[in-house]
Write a protein that binds this ligand. Structure first.
Ligand SMILES: [Zn+2]
Length: 448
């Protein structure tokens, strides 16, 4: 059976992930993401009403025109998890394919919210919920099967999809870290990866998340960030002024920890900001392991009313969890820093960034500005209470050992970022150009 991999997006950047695997006549697409930084660099662009070709020209969504060079029918679009760089282009490109979106329930909910907001294109693809550990037959040959293996990442219900073919398995490895004690959900299913590496014809190809491939060591568990956060908040138990926290709105496990520790130190947590309400509201609706009795407020006017109430009742009784961890100019924390909200920061008030700065000049500049403005109001900044959602080098070695793939395609980075992975795979006996395929967007690699 012919096996081809089309590397469509995310092979020259972190963002706009998209890869297609053809097995005989059947094609499965993994991820269809948005490169948000290409949108945010232009002030005030609303993508909802934009045409896909304009977004492709901006480099914001994958250029999927290479799909016409693959001979076969797309049978499924499979986003691995709900981050925008993996689902954010489904609303723009999904309708071009007569195929269902297949994902875990939380990811499906987020995809549905994305396509509901879309104004330019209609979307009537079926959306099929499939849990980690489940499989689905692909096409009519009876020889190709899709499996979801549970992984751990900075958003709940992440999976690595595996396409089983008569030539071996194709494992799509974006995005994960190896977490044996996640705060929500099950640990990464390393037993299953080891089985896949050893059963039948083994692993034909492994497409790997190289975000942290240049970082030594091992990515800690979410539990480490949780304990760091606990230690930080407990140390503030006797403080009788304002404490404000910010983190990735989509990081449900982190938001859960913030809510729990706020209550432990006698403060009422309130989630504020549009994306806080969106992600946490979805988690609450779906009944995942998340506090269901916390207030979430998304609209600006209601937010300002709530902040006024907090000031009247005494800010020492509350812990607002807000948007703005990257210093985004329109996010709530940045508005607070500029003194544009009813929330008054005083000398010694604490601001907790449970996030790292995404290493990109725009983010770095905006975050610098936000922290400076907070400091000018007298706030004390606690930064980097965080662990990454991506494997570092030791995790990559472990994955290679578990899967023992014949071919490797490094992804989810630019060329510089991929280099660390090429080095470590070379240490394990792989050779660049023979069985390590470093590539760019818009190429097709024929494996069989
Ligand atoms: Zn991700």
């Amino acid at each position: 059976m012919d096996i081809e991999i089309a590397t469509i997006g995310g092979y020259e950047e972190v963002g706009r992930q998209m890869t297609a695997v053809r097995a005989g006549d059947d094609i499965v697409i993994f991820d269809m993401g948005l490169n948000l930084s290409k949108v945010l660099i232009h002030d005030n662009i609303q993508t909802e009403g934009m045409h896909s070709l304009d977004l492709i020209d901006m480099g914001a969504i994958p250029d999927d025109r290479v799909m016409s060079d693959l001979e076969g029918d797309v049978k499924a679009i499979v986003p691995t998890h709900g981050h925008l760089d993996h689902i954010g282009a489904i609303s723009k490109l999904g309708h071009r394919y007569d195929a269902p979106v297949v994902a875990t329930p939380f990811t499906c909910e987020l995809v549905e919210e994305e396509v509901d907001d879309e104004q330019k294109f209609g979307f009537d693809n079926e959306i099929i919920r499939m849990e980690a550990g489940e499989t689905m037959s692909i096409g009519d040959s009876g020889q190709v099967e899709l499996e979801f293996v549970n992984v751990t990442h900075s958003i709940i219900q992440a999976i690595n999809p595996v396409l089983h073919t008569p030539e071996g398995a194709v494992v799509y490895g974006l995005d994960k870290r190896m977490d044996h004690t996640p705060v929500i959900g099950d640990p990464i299913d390393m037993d299953r990866f080891r089985e896949i590496g050893r059963e039948g014809d083994g692993v034909l190809c492994y497409i790997e998340d190289c975000t942290n491939a240049n970082k030594k060591g091992r990515t800690p568990s979410e539990n480490v960030a949780r304990e760091h956060l606990r230690d930080t908040l407990y140390s503030m138990e006797d403080y009788d002024g304002g404490i404000v926290a910010t983190t990735f709105a989509s990081h449900i496990a982190r938001v859960k920890s913030l809510i729990e520790f706020a209550r432990d130190i006698g403060r009422e947590p309130i989630l504020l900001g549009r994306s806080m309400e969106k992600y946490s509201g979805t988690a609450k609706r779906m009944g995942v392991d998340f506090p269901s009795d916390v207030d979430m407020i998304g609209y600006r006017r209601s937010i300002d009313q709530t902040l006024e109430r907090i000031m009247n009742d005494g800010k020492e009784n509350f812990l607002p969890v807000v948007t703005g961890h990257q210093g985004e100019p329109r996010a709530l924390l940045t508005r607070m820093a500029r003194g544009e909200t009813p929330y008054q920061l005083d000398d010694g008030d604490k601001v907790i960034f449970s996030a790292r700065v995404i290493p990109e000049p725009t983010n770095e500049g905006q975050r610098y500005q936000s922290e400076k403005l907070l400091g000018m109001q007298g706030a004390r900044v606690y930064s980097d209470i965080h662990v990454s959602g991506h494997l570092c080098q030791e995790g990559h070695y472990e994955m290679l050992d578990a899967l023992q793939p014949q071919h490797i395609i490094p992804a989810h980075q630019n060329l510089k970022g991929l280099s660390g992975y090429v080095d470590l795979a070379s240490n394990q006996g792989y050779t660049l150009g023979r069985d390590i395929h470093v590539t760019t967007n818009g190429n097709i690699i024929q494996l069989v």
